[in-house]
Write a protein that binds this ligand. Structure first.
Ligand code: CO
Length: 213
């Protein structure tokens, strides 16, 4: 199939999908066009094999989504912070989920030493996670197992990063939400593995606490 045809197939598939939705529920688009009330914010990897809605069996309207390479929560990332603020303060989501995946190419690249240009700066955040857990990681001889453990630790660290933000701390104090969760998706079996839950109002490392929110 030519490149042009594969591109046009998306538009054709879209028509069929919209038709199918309408047959199931004639008001589906009319209802969704008026309001979105998702309970969840999903911060996932950009990897094409980890589509938030599909792997959780959810529909349009149910999950607010932000994806980036290796599902990072970086405190200077205006895009992530804008999504987080909107999700927490306007949509009033009940849960924020950071979802990584085993075999993540971004995490793998961060374990290596090859300069990749601009993306070095993004991956540096994962090298910092490695440094924090260096002792544990250096003791894992098998490289694939070391990668998978770093994927888990990275998710854990990104969930902690959420709790460090004034957005989350303010919402915890005044609204007792959202709860924070870290999951890792298995590309080989399609299963989501929970690695950390931080309920709203949990204590955090005091150095990151704001006392005037
Ligand atoms: Co990835």
């Amino acid at each position: 199939m030519s490149d042009m045809k594969s591109f046009q197939k998306l538009l054709l598939e879209n028509k069929a999908w919209a038709q199918e939705k309408l047959e199931d529920d004639p008001k589906f688009f009319e209802r969704l066009s008026k309001i979105q009330t998702p309970e969840f914010l999903w911060i996932g990897c950009s990897d094409s094999r980890v589509p938030a809605n599909e792997i959780t069996g959810t529909q349009p309207g149910e999950i607010f989504v932000q994806r980036n390479i290796a599902n990072l929560v970086v405190h200077t990332d205006l895009n992530l912070l804008s999504v987080l603020q909107y999700a927490v303060e306007v949509l009033e989501v009940k849960h924020v989920i950071v979802c990584g995946h085993y075999g993540c190419g971004g995490v793998k690249a961060a374990m290596g030493h090859h300069s990749l240009g601009i993306i070095n700066k993004w991956l540096r955040n994962i090298k910092d996670v490695y440094r924090i857990h260096e002792n544990e990681l250096n003791n894992i001889e098998n490289e694939d197992l070391r990668l998978d453990r770093l994927v888990e630790l990275n998710v854990h660290e990104q969930v902690l990063n959420l709790a460090k933000t004034s957005i989350i701390q303010h919402s915890w104090k005044h609204h007792s939400r959202p709860h924070l969760h870290g999951w890792v998706y298995g590309l080989k079996d399609g299963i989501l593995h929970p690695v950390i839950d931080i309920p709203a109002k949990s204590p955090i490392d005091p150095i990151y606490e704001y006392d005037n929110l």
